[in-house]
Write a protein that binds this ligand. Structure first.
Ligand code: F6P
Length: 333
């Protein structure tokens, strides 16, 4: 658990708004609940924008009461729905959004989403002066300024549950299984899943695949007595990569099957860790607004809730640690 930073309140807005944007992530609902209930406890009204930035663009916001966020803490997805808005990329549209919000007496906006959404949040704040606080909501864990994003822990656990099942059938048929996971170009999600799932090999999005090396490695592990193997494949290779590779390995004497986990990883009830993270960050977002701190994203660094300038967050990306890949390789021997 993380202590909430104590910020002196310098500003008491009458009304704020909140939006979930981009790919949904388990824990977004928990964050919404914390934002709404913390704000209400401070006497601040909250409006929720529906369908991500599309709701801001279309000016479809609805009041969120304490009761309206009841019974959502444990639910995956987002009660406000989400979207990847093309229209919001246009500066003129963002200016219109800020004008709508000001007309509706909205003094600040909380954005819960991944790096694309946080980029939009920063541009909105910089161009229009609207106070914005971002929260990292993404299964990918690829956002600079936080060690954990909301939804990452759940996605890792969901993939592990699937892998544990796949291991049963891999063991029974003495097969190699290639399991393709999400996580965009960073491969951070794949590294975590591979390490925690005991994968022999983790294929990163940009890693060149040398079939001879794979076959040599699998043959060596068979000679050491392993009868089945797991390869975690990070998404980002060419379409059809995983089934093609499974066929190639089968043709080279290692009976292989591919399994693409896909959007299964984005759904489901958030883990305790994601609920806690979302709750602490959601409550802290309201405190930061009242403390006059904005154009920042809140995240966890060195075990503490920290604010990082959104400009900084979106100018860098988090990479997977090669030490973790080496560890996975060593432990799979
Ligand atoms: O960013 C979250 C994520 O699930 C990525 O891991 C994946 O590449 C992408 O979203 C899929 O997006 P969509 O649901 O729009 O296909």
């Amino acid at each position: 658990m993380w202590d909430l930073p104590q910020l002196p309140a310098v500003h008491q807005p009458e009304r704020i708004a909140v939006v979930t944007s981009g790919g949904d992530a388990p824990g977004m609902n928990a964050a919404l609940r914390a934002v709404v209930r913390t704000a209400c406890a401070r006497g601040i009204e909250v409006l929720g924008a529906e369908r991500g930035y599309t709701g801001l663009v279309d000016n479809t916001l609805r009041p969120l009461s304490v009761a309206s966020v009841g019974n959502i803490l444990h639910r995956g997805g987002t009660m406000l729905k989400s979207d990847r808005s093309e229209a919001f990329r246009d500066p003129a549209v963002r200016r219109r959004v800020a004008a709508h919000l000001r007309t509706r007496n909205v003094a600040a906006l909380v954005v819960i989403g991944g790096d694309g959404s946080l980029t939009g949040a920063h541009l909105l704040s910089r161009e229009t002066g609207l106070p914005v606080v971002g929260l990292p909501g993404s299964i990918d864990n690829d956002i600079h300024g936080t060690e954990h994003t909301i939804g990452f822990d759940t996605a890792v656990n969901t993939a592990l549950e699937a892998i544990d099942r796949i291991r049963d059938t891999a063991h029974s048929h003495e097969r190699v299984f290639l399991v393709e996971v999400m996580g965009r170009s960073s491969g951070i999600l794949a590294t975590a899943i591979g390490l925690a799932g005991g994968a022999e090999i983790i294929l990163m999005p940009d890693s060149p695949v040398v079939i001879d090396e794979l076959v040599t490695g699998l043959t060596a592990s068979r000679q050491r007595g392993k009868t089945s193997s797991l390869i975690v494949v990070a998404e980002g290779q060419d379409p059809g990569f995983t089934p093609d590779l499974a066929q190639q390995l089968s043709a080279r004497g290692h009976q292989a099957r591919g399994c693409i986990l896909g959007h299964v990883q984005r759904g489901g009830s958030p883990t305790g860790r994601d609920r806690l993270l979302a709750t602490c960050l959601g409550a802290s977002a309201v405190d930061h607004i009242c403390g006059g701190v904005h154009d920042v994203m809140l995240g966890i660094r060195d075990g503490r809730i920290c604010a990082t300038a959104l400009a900084d967050v979106i100018s860098r990306s988090r990479e997977s640690r090669t030490t973790m890949l080496e560890l996975a390789r060593m432990l799979s021997n």
